[in-house]
Every structure is written in C-alpha cells, then in structure tokens.
Ligand binder design. Structure first.
Ligand code: OGA
Ligand code: NI
Length: 353
C-alpha cells in the first residue's frame, strides 16, 4: 500500500467503511409523464410524479431521475471532453487555475471541512459573465463580473460545454417547477430567482487512491445552492446519509440517470420541510471516477429566507434572511486557505428556539 499525504487523512469517525452493505437505494423517479403534450397544463397527468418528488425530498433529500429529457449524446460528449481535460499535464491544467482573482477554473487542493479531498476539478460558470458582489462586506453594494477560463484543449470544449449546460439547466428548472408544485406552490414560483443565476458546472476527477480507507474523494458535506443535478459514471462511490438512521448508503450507478439533491437554499425556502442531506464520495484503489454536477444557484442579489406561503404563526420562519451573493463569496474564501474555524453554513442563520 502506498502512502497518502496526512492532509488527506480523515478523522477516525469520518473514515469510510470499505465493506458496504447496501440494502436500499435512493428513490428512482421516471419523468416520462412530463414529456406528454400539455403535461404542465394538465396537473392530473403529473400528479404521481409530484407526489414521488415530495416523498423523496422529505425522506431522503436525494433521488435519481430517468427519462429526464437530456439527450444522451450531449452527456457522452461532455464526459469525453472532461476526460481529455484531466488527461493533460499538470502544467497545462494549471494555466487555467482558479485563484483569488478568478474564482473558477482548475483546482486540485480543495478541502472539505479542512481535510483535503482526493480529487481534481474544473469549475465553469453557466452564465457568462456571472454577476457577483465585489466583496463579502454586508454594506458594500458593488458588483463584479466573473468570466470563465476556457481550456485551450480539446478545441471543441466550449461548444460541448455550452450545449450540455443548456440541456441540464432546462432539467434543473423543470425540477424546480415540480418541487414548487410538491410544496403546494405555483409551478413558476422559483423561476425569477434564477434569471441572473450564479450556477456552476463542475467536472470532478477522482484518481485511484492507495489508501481508500483513510481518504475521501469529497468529505461529508451538504450542497449550499438550490439544487444539484449530478451525472456520475459507472464506477460509483457517492454515499448519502440516510435520514432514518444516519447510515451511509451507496448510490448505485444507473446508466443515463441523473442524481438530484436538495441544497441548503431549498431547505431554507421550505422552512426545513425539505432538508439538505449530507453526502460524501468514496475513492478506490483501482479505478478513476468522473462525475459532473450542475449546481443550480440563484442570482447573487437573492435574499434567501423561508417563503411566506410556507410559514405561519404555528410554523414561524426558522431562518433570518441572508444575501446569497455575500454568502457565496464568503464561502469561496475557504477554497484558498485552510480556515481555523468551520466555514459559514446556513445554520448560522437559524433563529434560536
Ligand atoms: C459535489 C459532490 C458527488 C460526486 O461535488 O458536491 O457531492 O459523486 N459530488 O462526485
Ligand atoms: Ni455535493
């Protein structure tokens, strides 16, 4: 067995169990009723799907979708260009390295909860430019534009990325419509928040690891945005913390399915009806794994708070409002240095009971 740098070694209680007994899987939802003509204008046709989404969001915070409408060739192409990008020399990849000035690009030293992740990533903005606050100071209203750093190779990268991104964005927004319905809200309730979205697509590469029992591809965490739409390859490694007993459940790769999870913002909007659930990625000593999450994020000027329709005297708001853009820029800081304390989380905005 090889050695791993101590920066990668998880605390004993966070280390993965190598023998996984997987009796259960997260819910699998067939979205084909949505493809019928007039499905959205005929609520009866999609009633069953909406109920399944409601159950999955309440009980798991995670589900997989099939017959989702994203063309398979678009997904295959992004997976091919992602592999080509990672196969380049470190020197080449570092030409588009992300730093304090440009928050997106290549990165191979990400930390989750201050332990280093066994992975390398390329991040790309879905909207170009993406508007963000210049600083995370609460009073500062100045805005900055973020741009992507495109790799020179493969030359078709940008076109493949943009075509894929459009399709997954459509799916993400369709799912937000279904989630609105499942919360008893109009289908377009969330639409305006994403007009100036700060969404990101990440390409993840988890190389084989000599000590998979000590390190993690991504340490346990919750996704901080609204919704994540993840494509994973056939290797597997994603684990979800089951709400009923806290066991880590492996998500079995289903060909051409997407894994969907509720992020922190939906947890706040729904006033905790739908919780953002912890997950992590295991690595293995034999096979490299690739995954492509789409993190659907609202406009930076969004004030995130429980929706008025979902709060009442009996169910008062559990969070005080916070600015998504300020939160995002503050969280990004932890990407550049190992923070002493834990990074900012939504529980910092929880109203004390
Ligand atoms: C993430 C994440 C899971 C995976 O990047 O936030 O949870 O399977 N990825 O790569
Ligand atoms: Ni995640």
């Amino acid at each position: 067995m090889g050695e791993v740098d101590p920066a990668f070694i998880q605390d004993a209680e966070d280390r993965p169990k190598l023998s996984i007994i997987k009796a259960e899987d997260i819910p699998l939802i067939d979205l084909s009723p949505l493809n019928a003509p007039d499905s959205i204008s005929d609520p009866k046709a999609i009633e069953g799907v909406v109920r399944e989404i409601d159950n999955a969001c309440k009980n798991w915070g995670f589900f997989q979708v099939i017959n989702h409408g994203v063309p398979l060739d678009k997904r295959e192409k992004i997976e091919i260009v992602a592999r080509k990008c990672f196969a380049q020399s470190l020197e080449e990849k570092r030409k588009i390295r992300r730093d304090e000035k440009c928050a997106v690009g290549y990165y191979d030293t990400e930390h989750t909860k201050n332990v280093r992740d066994w992975k390398e990533v390329f991040d790309f903005l879905v909207e170009e430019p993406t508007l963000v606050p210049t600083s995370n100071e609460p009073g500062d209203k100045e805005e900055t534009e973020w741009f992507n750093q495109w790799p020179e190779n493969p030359p078709e990268f940008r076109e493949v990325f943009e075509e894929y991104s459009q399709e997954v964005e459509k799916l993400a927004l369709k799912l937000m419509g279904l989630i609105a319905l499942s919360l008893g809200l109009p289908e377009d309730r969330f639409k305006s928040y994403f007009k100036d979205q700060t969404s990101v697509i990440r390409l993840n590469h988890y190389p084989p690891c000599p000590s998979p029992q000590l390190a993690l591809g991504v340490g346990r965490h919750k996704d901080s945005g609204a919704l994540t739409v993840l494509a994973q390859d056939e290797v597997g490694g994603l684990e979800v913390k089951r709400k009923t007993d806290g066991d880590w459940i492996r998500v079995k790769p289903t060909p051409n399915a997407y894994i969907i999870n509720v992020g922190d913002i939906i947890q706040v909007w729904s006033n905790d009806k739908y919780e953002s659930v912890e997950h992590r990625v295991m690595v293995n000593s034999e096979k490299a794994r690739f995954s492509v999450p789409f993190f659907l994020n609202p406009a930076h000027y969004t004030q995130v708070k429980p929706l008025e329709e979902l709060t009442s005297k009996q169910n008062p708001a559990k969070y005080t409002p916070f600015s998504w853009g300020k939160y995002l820029t503050r969280r990004m800081l932890s990407n550049f240095k190992k923070l002493k304390a834990e990074n900012i989380q939504i529980h910092n905005f929880r109203v004390s009971e």
